[in-house]
Write a protein that binds this ligand. Structure first.
Ligand SMILES: [Zn+2]
Length: 323
């Protein structure tokens, strides 16, 4: 395990510092916490960030309120994921553009070849890009570029903040590769409530299967449940995962279905798919969310990870990993 660098302290310092924007500071709005966290990392104290969707909120189903629209129109720049993640917010983004706000769909800034397809439609892409820190790093760069464009005087700060955060992302990515490699090869199957882990699977060599599709808008059918129960039984998959933004009933149906056929499946833990954990907690940060997911998946599927995950590696070496 790599020794953790001290940048975390620096970056966390930005998060927990009270911020008051002066007239010429950037007022940023982000739809999801995963985006807001990156914006915060880039701007540091040179502006403010507000996040529309809190922990436990499903962006696929999120309906903006009147006060959200007011926040959109009161911002200098709106960062949203795009690729139809925020499927019910198109009107709000259109109004923001019409009123002269800077609007940036961050995941749509990635080269097309880095995006995964949704089904057979070549124009439909999987929006869950944050699940791969290497791809999400490009989103950080897109946010940095937009901030520099809007506030050229802050260029040096934005670049330096971005570089510090990239080191964190790279370190976490290296941790994830190492820890997830400890899962036996035939156990590298990640079964979750909806198809949010495609990029995770691509990056870390896991087969991923979601009960619901890429979006949570359509419910799982009986056929979907039966198909996954067959998979659990045939492959003897020991653990499946609930998600903080998706009701558990689908996952419970899978466990019951497998049980009725004599195969015991555990809930391997709750993963953060489309929202981070509670504000102020470690999993309420982008890095903490990925750390939690990686560590939880590795342990539930027979791998090994340090007791407190990646965060603990800042002070301990791999020899102290938990069994
Ligand atoms: Zn999703």
């Amino acid at each position: 395990m790599r020794i953790f660098s001290p940048f975390l302290i620096l970056v966390l310092g930005f998060w927990f510092s009270p911020q008051v924007a002066s007239a010429n500071e950037l007022r940023c709005l982000a739809t999801t916490g995963m985006i807001g966290d990156l914006v915060q990392a880039v701007i540091g104290q040179r502006g403010t960030v507000e996040v529309l969707m809190s922990s436990g909120v499903d962006p696929h189903l999120y309906q903006p309120t009147r006060s959200d629209l007011a926040k959109v129109l009161a911002s200098d720049v709106i960062f949203y994921n795009g690729l139809h993640l925020e499927g019910r917010m198109d009107e709000a983004f259109t109004r923001a553009r019409q009123s002269g706000r800077s609007v940036c769909a961050v995941a749509e800034q990635l080269p097309k070849q880095l995006l995964l397809h949704e089904g057979d439609d070549p124009d439909a892409h999987d929006p869950h890009v944050w699940m791969d820190p290497q791809r999400w790093r490009r989103v950080l760069l897109a946010i940095r570029d937009r901030c520099v464009l809007l506030d050229p005087d802050g260029q040096e700060i934005y670049e330096s903040n971005t570089n510090a955060y990239i080191k964190q992302m790279d370190d976490l990515d290296a941790y994830a590769l190492e820890v997830l490699r400890s899962v036996p090869e035939d156990a590298r199957v990640l079964v979750t409530a909806h198809d949010a882990f495609g990029y995770f699977g691509k990056r870390f060599g896991f087969e991923v299967v979601g009960l619901q599709g890429i979006s949570t808008e359509s419910e799982a059918s009986v056929q979907d449940v039966n198909r996954l129960v067959d998979l659990l039984v045939q492959r003897e998959i020991p653990a499946i995962f609930v998600e903080s933004t998706v009701p558990e009933k689908g996952i419970r149906a899978l466990i019951e279905g497998a049980k009725s056929r004599g195969h015991t499946v555990q809930v391997g833990g709750s993963l953060f798919s489309d929202a981070m954990g509670d504000a102020g907690s470690w999993s309420g940060t982008y890095l903490g969310m990925i750390d939690h997911n990686v560590t939880t998946v590795a342990r539930a599927l027979g791998g090994s990870a340090p007791t407190n995950g990646w965060r603990s590696t800042q002070n301990v070496s791999s020899s102290e990993s938990a069994p």
